[in-house]
Design a protein around this ligand. Structure first.
Ligand code: AMP
Ligand code: GLY
Length: 441
């Protein structure tokens, strides 16, 4: 029997928990910072605590004789939970603090690609002081600024979205640099984004189906960026606006990065290398890597995994991924997040108060339901300020998967919102036309 420690309490971790439990030989023990009722139901035991309290995490793992740990979110990875667990002789599906720099330090990753001659970088430079910033800004047509360190998805500033002029870019660098070791300034890329989550044992890199996330809050990609409002994947594991070469290129970049990480640190990267890529006129470019499964995109791929998830984790830990056939069902998936109606709106907006409202969930048909930020109280289910529930439709083709997800969303009553356009033919058509225009076809 395997005793698996899961760290995390979001919908992504609910999907991980389900994948662990599909393995007949596994029992689940979950350390969460808030009680996710879905994860709790699948667990033998849960502990609610802070991810920073590494002693509490290790005590919980030791009490339950955990064989290995699966770490969901980036914060504990960035804080070195894998290193702490390793000292307690508990291996992890997740990288050490040093290797998690792939996500926590934008400059580390850009410089790694440059040093090892790996394609995919935009024009970029890293600055630890304001010296040279202004002339570099003047060389770029479009500007993106990324402070080093985890910024909870709020640190990246994109020209046209978050600021307009070079002077504003300079002011942002001036205000940001005192709080961060450096900022990376790079050329703004134009194209369509896609997510490629790769499983890695440090030597072998195994791609999972490509997914497209939707960061914008409202229909038609309007409104502010969010943690992700939903995502879809197709039955051929490609995306209709991409050429299969684009995904092969993204995988080749990731393979080279895994090798470079080993040469750079002498340690094997174990876990997920989740690349956010952009298909551009000049080929596939790397937006960023994350050192974990994506949220929501984990919910598109984990339910399709035919191979035993615990066997995948074990192969990653043992460094034997080359001997395991990792297979996914050839099905399409659509994930739609239900969020409080006020999610992503400025605090003074009249709708911004829907947080902590009560919701009820009716029949969701064949959809998979994953809980995110909800609070199960004696009198019912309440939302918090974050994304509440993800509904995932899985079917032979995208239109059917979309209908399943959309019908499930309609079963939730309360002051919630979602993006009805995710996974629809109209939205796909827009993506395809956009990419054709970018490629000049
Ligand atoms: P976040 O996930 O909040 O860190 O935001 C990152 C987002 O910023 C990405 O999903 C892209 O949409 C955008 N972004 C980051 N780097 C670039 C770039 N070089 N060119 C264009 N957009 C970028
Ligand atoms: N899909 C966005 C993220 O996981 O960071």
């Amino acid at each position: 029997m395997l005793n698996v420690l899961l760290i995390g309490n979001g919908a992504r971790e609910h999907a991980i928990a389900e994948a662990v439990r599909r393995s007949k030989q596994a029992r689940l023990f979950s350390f969460m910072k808030g009680n996710n009722p879905g994860i709790a139901l699948l667990s033998e035991a849960v502990k609610i605590g802070s991810y920073n309290d590494m002693e509490a995490v290790i005590r919980f793992a030791e009490t339950h004789n955990c064989t290995f740990a699966v770490i969901g979110p980036e914060d504990p990875l960035g804080n070195g939970i894998v290193d702490a667990l390793r000292e307690a002789r508990i291996p992890s599906f997740g990288p050490t603090k040093s290797l998690a720099r792939l996500e926590t330090s934008k400059s580390f990753t850009r410089e790694l690609l440059e040093k090892y001659g790996i394609p995919g970088n935009p024009v970029f430079r890293t600055f630890s002081s304001l010296e040279g910033v202004e002339p570099f800004l003047n060389q770029l047509d479009g500007i993106v600024i990324k402070p080093d360190g985890l910024t909870g998805g709020k640190g990246v500033m994109v020209q046209g979205d978050h600021f307009q002029t070079k002077q504003e870019a300079l002011n942002y660098c001036r205000n940001t640099l005192p709080g961060h070791a450096s900022v990376t300034i790079e050329e703004k890329l134009e194209g369509e984004e896609f997510s490629l989550q790769c499983i890695c044992d440090g030597k072998t890199v195994c791609a999972t189906p490509a997914v497209q996330d939707h960061k914008r809050r409202f229909v038609d990609d309007k409104g502010p960026n969010t943690g992700g409002m939903g995502s879809y994947s197709c039955e051929d594991h490609l995306l209709p606006f991409l050429k299969s070469r684009d995904i092969a290129d993204a995988l080749a970049i990731t393979e080279k990065v895994a090798e470079a990480l080993y040469r750079e640190t002498g340690e094997y990267y174990k876990g997920i290398m989740y690349g956010g890529f952009m298909a551009t006129k000049k080929g596939v470019k790397l937006i960023e890597y994350n050192a974990r499964f994506a949220d929501p995109e984990a919910m598109n791929i984990l339910p399709l995994l035919k191979t035993d998830f615990c066997a995948v984790c074990q192969a990653v830990i043992d460094g034997t991924l080359d001997q395991l056939k990792v297979e996914f069902e050839k099905k399409a998936t659509v994930c739609k997040y239900l969020v409080p109606a006020g999610y992503g709106l400025p605090a003074d907006h009249p709708d911004a108060k829907s947080a902590s409202a009560k919701i009820s969930v009716g029949g969701v048909g064949t959809a998979r339901l994953y809980y995110a930020s909800v609070d199960q109280r004696p009198d019912g289910l309440y939302m918090t300020t974050s994304r509440a529930i993800a509904m995932v439709g899985i079917a032979a083709n995208l239109p059917d998967a979309e209908k399943i997800a959309q019908n499930a969303v309609a079963a939730v009553k309360g002051p919630v919102d979602h993006r009805p356009d995710i996974g629809t033919e109209a939205l796909l058509h827009k993506r395809i036309m956009h990419m054709k225009a970018i490629r000049g076809e």
